[in-house]
Structure formats: C-alpha cells, structure tokens
Design a binder for this molecule. Structure first.
Ligand SMILES: [Fe+2]
Length: 287
C-alpha cells in the first residue's frame, strides 16, 4: 500500500523528535466498531473524590474482531516498516486505553519516564534496533484531553549520553530476569527509566500530541514522555499497536516474552490468513 504512507519528511521528523502524527486510511466503520467495543469493555466509571486523579482503564492482548481488523490493516504494517527502516516487522503488543473525563481537575502532566533504553547505534541502524508504538486515536485529542506529553529530541540526547558514557557498573537489566541482552550489547532494552536516572541536560519543554479521531501518533518510547489529566468532558480513547523489526533482538523481561508468545498464538488464530506473518518473529530468545 502506497497511499497515506509516511513521507520522507515525516520519517525524518520522527527520527529527530521521537513522535509524529499522521493520517490513516481507517474508515468511520473501523472507528465506530472499535470505539463501541472499547466502551463495552471499559465502561465509564464515575470520577469521585476517592478516585485516583489520573484514573484510566485498559485492556491488553486484543483478539476481538473490531480491534484485529485494525491491528492487521496493511497500512500500519507498512508505516511501521518505513519508520523502522525495515523490510519486515512483527506486532510486539496491542492494547486499548481509555482516560475518562475528570471534571474539576486541572490539567496536569503526570510522571515523566521512558520505556525503552537505546544507544545512538540502535537509533541509526538499518533496520532500527528498537520498538515503536502506533497510537491510533478513536476520539479527538486536544491539548487538555489527556494528551500524551513528550519532550522532542530527548531520545537522542539520552542515547547520545548512553553512547558517550558507557556504564562501568552493572546495568540493572543485566540479570536473569531479562533475555536478549548481553554485557557486550546492553541495548536495546525494554525497561523503564525516570528522572533520577537521566543526565542533567537541557531538554525541550513537554509538548502535547494532539490529533483527530482516525489519525495516529507514532512514538518512540525512549523519548521522555508522560500521561496527563483529562480536563475535558469526553474520554480519550487510544488503540496502541507496538511494532519491532522482524528478527531484531530487543532485551526485555522473560515474562514479557512468554506473554507475547501466548498472545501471538491467540492472535494468529483470529487474524486473516495472509496477515499471520505479523505474529512470527523468526528469532529464538537468548537467555
Ligand atoms: Fe510510557
């Protein structure tokens, strides 16, 4: 599929900033079916003074037809291939998240973090050695409706520092809970980091990812990012598909690998026969 694919300029923007919002060919029917199913699975919960101020709900390991039709849509595979500079990709995860309105709650940025650690060589390799996430918006998101907040370019600053200052002390993910990671090659790895682990650099101010229903935001979660509160009257609704290049080793917790293997076997059974290659990685974990 060539139509609506990321342009070279959009790919360059994604490389530079760590996020880019794009149009998709999803139809009203795709969106309506997915939104209705999300509302069934994640019913509204009245926000009360006892509720967490950043309450949201979600579901992982999606196998419902209304979601699978989007997950397996060729557009997303081709967009992921282009953004990852890869001839083939696999689905790494798929989940939905709903952030209900929180009336009388001021807009606020929540805990900043990253979910992936990379070096410059990971960011620049062909294919890219990393995971990306395609956030597909089922409802409009403006700058007050719990937008994802991110600091443009921070993934490159962190990767540069990681490259320039290789740690001499053991990295926390070099332990038996992780697979596909070795002392000689400590990245890429899927693990969380927070402000106390980041170098004292000048980062860009956080900016919101705003989009219309039916658009998607491609995100590199090695970029500093955070959730935010929903100060609007409507819920934020997101379907998230994680992709990685087929055959690329990404360090992660053993239990994540096992959960994904189980998910792949379930997803493969409900996908169209000609789309099942998205659930086969052709790489054996290195323990
Ligand atoms: Fe995150």
């Amino acid at each position: 599929m060539q139509c609506c694919q990321p342009t070279d300029q959009q790919v360059a923007l994604f490389d530079r900033d760590g996020a880019v919002t794009l149009d998709t060919p999803l139809t009203r029917r795709h969106l309506k079916d997915a939104e209705e199913l999300m509302d069934q699975l994640l019913p509204a919960v009245q926000s009360t003074s006892d509720a967490k101020p950043h309450y949201r709900s979600g579901q992982r390991f999606l196998t419902e037809p209304a979601f699978v039709r989007i997950i397996e849509h060729p557009f997303f595979e081709h967009a992921a291939k282009k953004l990852l500079h890869s001839h083939a990709v696999v689905v790494a995860s798929a989940n939905i998240t709903k952030t209900p309105p929180q009336p009388n709650t001021p807009f606020k940025i929540l805990t900043e973090h990253t979910d992936q650690v990379l070096r410059l060589s990971d960011l620049n390799s062909i294919p890219r050695k990393m995971q990306i996430h395609l956030y597909i918006w089922l409802a409009d998101v403006d700058d007050q409706c719990a937008p994802l907040m991110y600091r443009p370019g921070s993934h490159r600053q962190l990767a540069q520092h990681m490259t320039d200052h290789p740690k001499t002390d053991p990295l926390p993910w070099l332990n038996s809970n992780f697979v596909n990671v070795s002392k000689d090659c400590p990245t890429p790895v899927i693990t969380g980091t927070g402000p106390d682990q980041w170098p004292n650099l000048v980062y860009a101010d956080p900016v919101p990812c705003v989009a219309r229903a039916g658009q998607m935001t491609a995100v590199n979660l090695a970029t500093i990012h955070s959730a935010s509160t929903n100060a609007r009257l409507t819920a934020r609704k997101r379907l998230n598909i994680g992709f990685r290049p087929k055959g690329v080793m990404v360090g992660e917790m053993q239990k994540r690998v096992e959960a994904r293997d189980t998910y792949w076997s379930q997803l493969g059974k409900v996908m169209s026969p000609d789309r099942q290659h998205l659930t086969r990685n052709d790489v054996k974990p290195v323990i």
